[in-house]
Ligand binder design. Structure first.
Ligand code: GLN
Length: 510
């Protein structure tokens, strides 16, 4: 691909992916590589800028991650952040020591706005700190360009070598003008032109796919999730009906969802095979109430159905998957590539006869995948679809899955989602859904006793789904939801709202 490159060298910091996303949001393409990447490889990739991330270690420890000095001498502008900054100083002969007082959190910082890095900023502003060590002596050629009460060298530069370092984290929102700082580094120091956009990406990716696939056949398991839908759209634009998508309806989709997915792709020039396997899956669920067993049975059955359908097509040349960048990023510490196969079709490759895998979203972050989807003309329903577990509603029915409980859940969940959207909260609350418990309790309706199910409502806010808070949905909205569900859905006489964070809870109940 023909865009300029920024390399983010990962030293194991918790904000590595955030740095990469910020760089891309600035219109610059970047890739995360391990700190172990060789000078030769870096030279070959020919980046116009390099960012060294933070990390948990201390640079003066013998076994902490180091950087080859040659990388600092390539003449490529480099920004070191926190550990990355300390490492530049340590490597070039300065001194890093344990700080007498740790700084953690927002700290008032004075910036030298004559420096390229801070040009256009306010002279005093908050920055986000998180460190135990600090720089006490800077090597020759460096000057201090920012300070805090505890840190004389909160940021430094060496203009002749184009090296910059910040003790604080410009990538996090709590550094008030952090985005500007990164922007200055990228556009003023590295002189990037800003050639990374989704429109560009789409046209290059389409050409690449055409070149690679030729007149071959491609098979994709369409789950209806964001990633597989966008992958399908991209492939459809590139190779039209050389693409076959298999959509397995296991019967645990939300209300109207199977129709929505089929409708979304109805006008596209692809072969969409939709398999109605609802009865088959339901039969397997009989008498099963253990969550892990449910998940396992559904996963295995999915592969079986897919395999049957794939056999009918015969040999395909490529199996396409919606793998995205966070699934493939190398970690700073390990040598192995971390691949989380968390999409519903993990395990498929073993069961399909194909030559090669293609993963056209492999270099994209989730928000970029969404933008690409919109760019390609997918509806918001698909592009902004919430994460939905592979086993679907089967794990939102606590205990044994029955048609009765599924029907109740579908209707209740639909009302909840409808009201959240109506209140304009659908992009603020990152995931929200209903769960039908296995518990019944006593209620009263029209002067008569009822004995019905309890419904759980869950709403969370999160940026990465690794941790989450319960969403503070206003009581007025919850009240509307509760009244509507008890009025409109038979079989529910009690509704509770889940107020636990993850951890100690998980987002899904099973
Ligand atoms: N471990 C180093 C310190 O404590 C760097 C921390 C960081 O990169 N956030 O100072």
């Amino acid at each position: 691909m023909s865009h300029q490159l920024c390399i983010v060298l990962d030293f194991g910091g918790q904000y590595t992916q955030l740095i990469a996303r910020r760089v891309r949001e600035s219109g610059v393409y970047c890739e995360v590589l391990s700190y172990k990447t060789s000078v030769e490889k870096i030279k070959k990739l020919n980046p116009a800028g390099i960012i060294l991330t933070g990390g948990p270690s201390s640079v003066y420890d013998n076994d902490s991650p180091k950087i080859n000095k040659e990388i600092l001498e390539l003449g490529i502008p480099i920004l070191g952040i926190c550990y990355g900054y300390q490492l530049i100083i340590h490597t070039l002969g300065g001194k890093v020591s344990p700080a007498p007082t740790k700084e953690y959190g927002k700290v008032l910082t004075s910036y030298d706005t004559n420096s390229m890095l801070f040009s256009g900023l306010n002279e005093n502003n908050l920055s986000w700190m998180s460190h135990n060590d600090y720089v006490v002596e800077i090597p020759e050629g460096f000057t201090a360009i920012a300070s805090t009460e505890l840190c004389a060298y909160a940021a430094v530069e060496n203009t002749s070598k184009s090296l910059f370092g910040t003790q604080f984290h410009p990538e996090v929102n709590n550094t008030v003008e952090g985005f500007k700082i990164l922007h200055n580094f990228l556009y003023k120091a590295c002189k990037f032109t800003g050639d990374w956009s989704m429109a560009n990406y789409a046209s290059t990716a389409i050409n690449n796919i055409r070149e690679k696939v030729g007149d071959g056949k491609v098979l994709l398991a369409l789950s209806g999730g964001v990633d597989s839908s966008v992958a399908a759209a991209l492939l459809a634009k590139a190779i039209g009906n050389q693409l076959t998508c298999i959509y397995v309806d296991h019967g645990f989709m939300r209300k109207n969802e199977s129709d929505e997915i089929k409708k979304a792709f109805a006008d596209w020039d692809i072969n969409l095979i939709s398999v109605d396997a609802r009865e088959q899956f339901m039969a397997k669920m009989k008498g099963v109430s253990d969550p892990e067993t449910k998940r396992k049975i559904i996963g295995e059955e999915f592969i079986r159905v897919f395999e049957q359908e794939a056999k009918k097509i015969g040999k395909v040349d490529f199996l396409a998957q919606g793998t995205i960048y966070p699934d493939v990023i190398e970690s700073g510490e390990g040598d192995a590539v971390v691949v989380k196969s968390h999409h519903n079709v993990g395990g498929l490759p073993d069961y399909v006869d194909f030559k090669e895998i293609i993963e056209p979203l492999r270099m994209l972050f989730k928000d970029e995948v969404r933008r690409l989807g919109t760019e390609l003309g997918l509806t918001d329903v698909l592009v902004w679809r919430q994460p939905f577990p592979g086993p679907g509603l089967a794990i939102r029915v606590i205990g044994e899955v029955t048609e009765e409980k599924l029907d109740i859940l579908r209707d209740a969940d639909y009302i909840f989602r409808e009201e959240i959207a109506r209140a304009g909260l659908d992009r603020q609350v990152n995931q929200y859904f209903a769960v039908i418990t296995n518990m019944r309790s006593v209620g009263v309706e029209n002067n008569a006793r009822t004995y019905d199910y309890t419904l759980g409502l869950r709403g969370v806010t999160t940026t990465d789904f690794m941790t989450a808070d319960f969403a503070k949905i206003p009581y007025e909205i919850l009240e509307i939801v509760s009244t509507r569900i008890t009025d409109e859905v038979k079989g529910i006489n009690r509704i509770v709202y889940d107020i636990t964070a993850k951890p100690p809870s998980t987002i899904e109940w099973e």
